[in-house]
Design a protein around this ligand. Sequence first.
Ligand code: NAP
Length: 304
Amino acid sequence: MYKIELGKSGLQVPAVVVGCMRISDKTEKEVSAFINTALENGANFFDHADIYGGGKSESVFGKAIAPSMREKIIIQTKCGIVPGKMFDFSYEHIINSVNGSLERLGTDYIDVLLLHRPDALMEPEEVARAFDELKAAGKVRHFGVSNQNPYQMQLLQNSLDMPLCVNQLQFGIMHAPMIQSGINVNMYNESGVNRDGGVLDYCRLNKITIQPWSPMQYGFFKGCFIDNEKFPELNAKMDEIAEKYGVSKTTIAFAWILRHPAKMQPVTGTTNLGRLADCIKATEVKLTREEWYEIYKAAGNILP
Ligand SMILES: NC(=O)c1ccc[n+]([C@@H]2O[C@H](COP(=O)([O-])OP(=O)(O)OC[C@H]3O[C@@H](n4cnc5c(N)ncnc54)[C@H](OP(=O)(O)O)[C@@H]3O)[C@@H](O)[C@H]2O)c1
């Protein structure tokens, strides 16, 4: 597993993040096996949120981690969503959420804290006060955001003393608006619509790591595109390339993300141990430029 620097944090992290959103209904034993599979394959960076499984993902993970393992793993969690109600970047919400996560995870520090989804009522100075306090108390070491556009990030960054290291955004073969708009600049077609304010280039220019979430999904949690009869051309192309490298299509889906020079750090979602290993294996596969574009086109995209 090769490593990348997380934004400008100085922290060296594995190229693939292990997502924990779907582990909430697993037993402690199953989660231990999940964590061990990740670690055996070189992936020691785990992504959480206070709301995953209503807090159960963090709790079961916390129970499965022995205290002696804490220094060997990197834990990222998120706050700022009050499910079904609102988004909340207030000082009180951020502090209370982090204290709750620390308790559930059974740790005294979080390596990386992300603000989960933009709060329309965000006051940057208030967020800065919360971040400063959490950092000074040793409760959070690094900070980032999720689902934000460049101006939102810049507005917040302007009030912060520490760099935003991460922006976690949905991205994958079947959800690639940030690539499509770049390829279709100034065109009248649907793919040319810029939906994110140029976040990919902004993050590259400012050395902020993009963490693609739901990399195997099409639409917003509509399902996995692998072996899905809705996408015959894509699956045929991925079969062909997977055979060439002697890997699975799951590996190719992650290799497609890793091939982009932005050094994105995709987040796995599977709880299947074989598929988890397959996702991580993508760090050993480097697709050619031609293969990358063939997959892009097989996903239904056209080149202008
Ligand atoms: N920041 C945000 O707003 C945000 C939003 C959503 C998620 N996230 C993060 O991103 C992580 C990944 O999201 P996700 O769970 O939606 O990811 P995903 O990898 O796109 O989807 C995983 C789901 O697809 C299924 N699947 C079926 N076939 C698969 C295959 N061949 N390979 C891999 N998965 C297959 C998995 O089932 P099996 O378990 O049976 O393999 C699982 O239910 C989450 O755990 C979370 O940490 C962040």
